[in-house]
Design a protein around this ligand. Structure first.
Ligand code: GDP
Length: 425
């Protein structure tokens, strides 16, 4: 059976932890979109890890981890991340890389940096991992697919030359930066070929066979609905689809095989990068939530920058769940909220004097003011609790209020960053 684990919010919902946890009963874990731009924090018996490109299933010796065709494949990063976990005594995981994945080139990272620098104050708040330039090239049909590394030298050199003509005009005249060198690019690609060769195969065929054999497969999403290029807060979004539906494409499996869509929802809001964020809070109130949030404060796993904070947004989260096609919700980081006397929940957006429960397009978001309902806090530490009935009454009321708003059953409640901090309902 195929299960997707995806985010309903702006990312950083705790998908890594849920994937690591569900990995226990899985055979294969697949990354299907994005690249090394966002991180998943995982705390388990081996220690604490911030994974960026590797699927969060690499900690088990019974799993195979796949980098699907939809991923932005930074080859040296993949090799480094593998070496880093092995250095921390994790057994070397079984990794497969799609022969149709495209390669994130060093110039994609440069173009990302140069563009953010050019935009100045109007920048996207990119992690500068090269993701937007990478996906632009993929769809402009000037990307390198892994399979192309195995072409003959003449074919590869001709393609490099074609790409350099275009890139160098922009580098010289728009960014005024050093031009690309064809010879260096060829050498880079040959190094990449050597690094990636042991892992390359037709992962789509592998997965289709695994489905036929009745294997348990997890598709691990990165970021969340609100960063999706179509359904998110465009243009402050990421450049690949963050939706479970895209899991079929980014992994190369039939869409009807995705039977369960575990949508991870965070018990409060956090976001990185620029963009509309209706229930955002500021000042001391935000600082305190940021300090107490996640496993050790809400700071980006890739950049270390402070995340923007906000109260739970039922309008955005319901929309986030609907677009994912959520079958189950995993509500995470609930333990963090135990310090509050009361918990505001954003239940509506006031736009031009009218209150709506529907998530608007970006122009509407820019005008929206949050409408809050307040619930009483539970004022205790809920970490270590294993049974739903043992949670304080006000905590259960908060969960049940959110469940009603989301219109999807909350089947898991995460009350701590560790693999075992989970309450099944
Ligand atoms: P992802 O990108 O969705 O995997 O999320 P991140 O790993 O970037 O962010 C989630 C953060 O919350 C990490 O620091 C996790 O260790 C932490 N975390 C996940 N679940 C829980 C939870 O239930 N309670 C607490 N306190 N921290 C959690």
């Amino acid at each position: 059976m195929v299960t997707a684990i995806v985010g309903a919010n702006w990312g950083d919902e705790g998908k890594g932890k849920i994937t690591d946890m569900l990995g226990q009963e899985s055979d294969i874990i697949v990354r299907f979109q994005g690249g090394s731009n966002a991180g998943h924090t995982i705390i388990n018996d081996y220690g604490k890890f911030a994974l960026h490109l590797l699927p969060s299933g690499v900690f088990y010796d019974h799993t195979t981890c796949i980098i699907g065709n939809g991923v932005a494949l930074n080859i040296p990063y993949l090799v480094k991340e593998l070496a880093d976990i092995v250095a921390k005594n994790v057994p070397k995981p079984r990794i497969l890389v799609s022969d149709r994945a495209q390669i994130l080139m060093p110039y994609h990272i440069k173009f990302d940096e140069y563009e953010e620098e050019r935009l100045g104050k109007a920048s996207f708040g990119s992690t500068k991992s090269g993701i937007a330039p990478f996906y632009s090239d993929k769809y402009a049909k000037i990307g390198f697919q892994v399979s192309e590394l195995f072409a003959d030298e003449k074919t590869i050199r001709e393609k490099i030359a074609r790409i350099c003509v275009q890139k160098n005009v922009i580098l010289e005249h728009l960014y005024r930066k050093p031009k690309l060198d064809e010879e260096e690019l060829y050498r880079t690609l040959m190094e990449y070929k050597e690094m990636v060769e042991p892992y390359v195969c037709d992962t789509s065929a592998y997965l289709r066979q695994a489905i036929a054999d009745g294997k348990n497969i997890l598709l691990e999403g990165q970021l969340g609905t609100l960063k999706d290029p179509d359904f998110g807060i465009y243009p402050m979004v990421t450049s690949s689809s963050t939706l479970a539906a895209y899991g079929a494409i980014g992994a190369g499996i039939p869409p009807y095989e995705i039977k369960r869509i575990v949508t991870v929802v965070k018990a409060y809001s956090s976001a990185v990068g620029a963009g509309e964020f209706v229930s955002e809070i500021f000042g001391e109130e935000a600082d305190e939530l940021r300090r107490r949030g996640g496993d050790s404060g809400e700071f980006g796993a890739t950049t270390g920058r402070p995340r923007r904070m906000g109260w739970f947004d039922a309008v955005a989260s319901r929309y986030g769940c609907k677009l994912q096609g959520a079958t189950d919700v995993a509500l995470t980081v609930l333990d963090v909220l135990g310090y509050l006397d009361e918990l505001p929940i954003c239940v509506g957006y006031e736009i031009d004097g009218k209150v709506t429960r529907d998530f608007p397009t970006t122009a509407g978001l820019a005008k929206a003011k949050p409408v809050y309902e307040k619930l009483p806090g539970w004022k205790t530490d809920i970490r270590g609790i294993k049974k739903y009935e043992d949670l304080p009454e006000n905590c259960r009321k908060y969960i049940e209020f959110i469940e009603k708003e989301l219109e999807v059953p909350i089947t898991m409640v995460s009350n701590g960053p560790n693999r075992n901090d989970i309450i099944y309902r």
